[in-house]
Write a protein that binds this ligand. Structure first.
Ligand SMILES: Nc1nc2c(ncn2[C@@H]2O[C@H](COP(=O)(O)OP(=O)(O)O[C@H]3O[C@H](CO)[C@@H](O)[C@H](O)[C@@H]3O)[C@@H](O)[C@H]2O)c(=O)[nH]1
Ligand SMILES: [Mg+2]
Length: 189
């Protein structure tokens, strides 16, 4: 590592790094990379195996809006940043805050880097059952963070069909596909 420069530290942190990198043929080059650091996150697929439904959140995503999404309203699985919590504590908190439903024990699935060329974030993926009669409020979200989330219960086969149409968030697509390949909606689990 030659140098790390702080470019910006507002809501998130941008850094520029200059480092030496050894290539597979053995030679070295000096490289420059910028990173976008917002900490790590956790996300969860909330499912009702009997009724074959999942809980999604509709919310405004400004970065999608400025990159050709018509209105910025994305359908996503619940999730958020860990802040100072461990991943399981964080995902229980986010699921409660964003959906208002009571959830069962979260099952840890895997971690993934979502944009490894630029964003440092590692995302912890979970699945948990929810009780369909346990909704505390119709829409949740933290008003003081400017969040205004709408909870949408969707039939899982409908959600799978909508991939690429209005289900276009990567973590949501990954969890839906897991659920029908090897999760609660797989033919023989
Ligand atoms: N003032 C301000 N507020 C912000 C900013 N960016 C986010 N916020 C607020 O902070 C909230 C953070 O909510 P979380 O639920 O913790 O995170 P998230 O935005 O839903 O999702 C994050 O984690 C996901 C993993 O599940 C990631 O997929 C997603 O990209 C993001 O990093 C946002 O909803 C928004 O209200 C910002 O630049 N400025
Ligand atoms: Mg969130």
């Amino acid at each position: 590592m030659r140098e790390v420069t702080l470019l910006s530290a507002n809501w998130y942190v941008e850094r520029r790094a200059v480092f030496d990198f050894q290539h597979s043929d053995g030679h070295w080059s000096t490289e420059e990379r910028e990173t976008h650091d917002r900490g790590d996150g956790a996300t969860v697929l909330l499912y009702d195996a009997e009724r074959r439904t999942v809980l999604l959140i509709r919310q405004f995503r400004y970065p999608a809006y400025v990159n050709e999404h018509p209105d910025g309203m994305l359908l996503e699985v619940p999730g958020g940043l860990l802040d100072d919590d461990d991943p399981e504590t964080a995902i229980r908190r986010e699921a409660q805050e964003e959906t208002g439903y009571e959830i069962g024990q979260p099952e840890f699935l895997f971690t993934a880097y979502m944009s490894p060329g630029s964003v440092t974030e590692k995302l912890f993926f979970y699945a948990a059952p929810y009780a369909s009669d346990s909704a505390v409020s119709a829409s949740a979200g933290l008003a003081d963070e400017g969040e205004d989330t709408e909870v949408v219960e969707v039939d899982v086969d409908d959600a799978i069909r909508r991939i690429g149409v209005d289900v276009i968030d990567a973590k949501t697509i990954m969890l839906l596909q897991w659920s029908v390949l090897s999760g609660p909606f797989a033919p023989a689990r």
